[in-house]
Design a protein around this ligand. Structure first.
Ligand SMILES: Cc1cc2nc3c(=O)[nH]c(=O)nc-3n(C[C@H](O)[C@H](O)[C@H](O)COP(=O)(O)O)c2cc1C
Length: 148
């Protein structure tokens, strides 16, 4: 997963990300309280990867660079049968401060998200290809979205 993250593309190949890996329950459990909703997966997660970025290394692309790295991790996790979920940290209640404190992340880095990793407790059904949001696809012009 981490190799995939390190192979993710970034604008001008600036690689503005840092990946903080934890398997420590004493840090994982408090992460569950970093948000009112949407962070409860850390109550049971066995590990997490926190993605922090240096915004000075790139020209307004840090969030895109971080999101791509996160998606690489999520795809690698799925490939390996590991359950994974993105918990958004950036500009969410006190989440950046708590995460920064738990992992000693310097102030000059922005914390984008924490990816929870663990054993999946449900079997996901494949997407029904007939039910995808085909109306999001536009042919030649925005106003033509007759899908397929
Ligand atoms: C930018 C972004 C932020 C997200 N933040 C959270 C979050 O804070 N907590 C959470 O449980 N899921 C979060 N998710 C996961 C989405 O809710 C999930 O990908 C979406 O519901 C689709 O679910 P599926 O991938 O299981 O189909 C986030 C996903 C993205 C792309």
């Amino acid at each position: 997963m981490l190799r995939c993250a390190l192979m993710s593309p970034s604008a001008k190949r600036t690689c503005p990300w840092e990946f903080i890996v934890t398997r420590d329950e004493a840090k994982l459990r408090p992460l569950a309280g970093c948000r009112t909703y949407g962070s409860q997966m850390f109550n049971t997660a066995t590990a997490a990867i926190i993605i922090a970025l240096d915004p000075t290394l790139c020209d307004n692309t840090w969030m895109a660079d971080g999101a791509i790295a996160a998606e690489h991790i999520l795809l690698a996790a799925a490939e390996q049968g590991v359950g994974a979920c993105w918990c958004h940290v950036y500009e969410r209640e006190g989440a950046p401060e708590l995460t920064r404190r738990l992992f000693d992340i310097p102030e000059d880095k922005v914390v984008l998200c924490a990816i929870a990793l663990g054993y999946p407790d449900e079997e996901r059904q494949n997407y029904d290809l007939t039910k995808l949001k085909y109306d999001k696809i536009h042919n030649e012009t925005y106003h033509c979205n007759n899908g397929r």
